[in-house]
Write a protein that binds this ligand. Structure first.
Ligand SMILES: O=C(O)CCC(=O)C(=O)O
Ligand SMILES: [Fe+2]
Length: 316
């Protein structure tokens, strides 16, 4: 054990959910927050020059400023995700020793960064036009956002709030124990990919995954979870990263995966921000039009002219 106790590992195996408070420090997260603040500031200044917003709210804190800007122009939150912004501190965070030590305790020392990852600013529901609130992710298992090739891959979701996550600002709820049941059928809904009502686990008590900044919520790929509505006037910022044993399918074969840690072959670690960004640049045009989730039958997921269509060099 490098970071977790035997009890914590046992809890994860049994329940498919483990919340570890104080796993990373404020100093670990500060470079990501600073880089995001700078990006938002630059964007706000551009919008201001263009007359799209009238107030920069430059003295507001990280958990508030984006909401004030969003109230003036909803587009301010577009394309802020990890793959859009490719912030260097975010890339570096994939190699955080405290996080990787915990992941190693869960899946072993050969660790790959799965390409499914997000930074999510959950805007106050009261500001959005959507009655359900923005980023109110419906009940799902993360396996549903991968292709079936990853059903046996031990992908672990690491959900890290960048501000304290509470029931009021829209923390997650999770259902423990279903990880031992396996995959539940999902369907597309207005809110996003969600567990089909007829297979939704009956007689189960969801657990509220409230946790402080610095915590990580670890979930298995079969752990049902949802995001609660953000009823506050602040932004619930969070990061969700996924790691898996190296060599196992990622569930998104058209996107790049990177080795984060290796005991057997330390030289295989790919800690190169430029290479990461370049490989995303190469992958995204080739992946255009591909359906990432499994809510469509396999034969309808890849457009016929895609390099990943059957008969080309990719998926068969
Ligand atoms: O951030 C949320 O509310 C939901 C996140 C989620 O579904 C995930 O990290 O897999
Ligand atoms: Fe999820």
């Amino acid at each position: 054990m490098k970071r977790l106790t035997c009890d914590q590992v046992e809890t994860f195996r049994r329940d498919g959910i483990l919340i570890v408070e104080h796993l990373v420090t404020d100093d670990d997260l500060a470079p990501i927050i600073r880089a995001m603040e700078k990006l938002i500031d630059d964007r706000a200044r551009t919008y201001h020059r263009e007359g799209r917003i009238h107030d920069l709210h430059q003295d507001e804190p990280f958990d508030r400023r984006l909401a004030s800007l969003y109230a003036q122009d909803h587009a301010i939150i577009d394309r802020l995700d990890i793959v859009d912004t490719r912030l260097r501190p975010l890339f570096e965070f994939h190699f955080n020793e405290r996080l990787l030590d915990a992941v190693e305790d869960l899946i072993g020392p050969e660790i790959t960064i799965n390409p499914i990852e997000h930074i999510r600013p959950k805007i106050p529901a009261a500001l959005t036009d959507d009655p359900n609130g923005y980023e109110n992710v419906p009940w799902h298992q993360d396996a549903a956002v991968t292709w079936e090739e990853a059903d046996e891959s031990e992908i672990v979701t690491c959900w890290l709030p960048l501000v304290d996550a509470t029931p009021e600002n829209g923390c997650m709820r999770v259902i423990p124990g279903i990880n031992r049941v396996g995959y539940l059928e999902h369907e597309a809904s207005d809110m996003g990919t969600t567990i089909r009502p007829d297979v939704f686990p009956a007689h189960v008590e969801p657990m509220t995954a409230a946790c402080g900044k610095g915590a990580s919520v670890f979930m298995s790929r079969f752990t049902p979870h949802q995001g609660l509505m953000n009823r506050t006037d602040c932004v619930r910022w969070s990061l969700d990263l996924r790691y898996q044993p190296t060599g196992e399918p990622t569930g998104r074969p058209f996107f790049p995966a990177f080795v984060a840690r290796s005991e057997a072959d330390p030289d295989s670690v790919e800690r190169d921000h430029d290479a990461w960004s370049r490989r995303w640049d190469e992958a995204l045009p080739k992946a255009r039009g591909i359906h990432w989730h499994r809510t469509l039958p396999p034969e309808q997921r890849v457009p016929p002219d895609s390099p990943f269509a059957t008969g080309h060099d990719g998926i068969h």
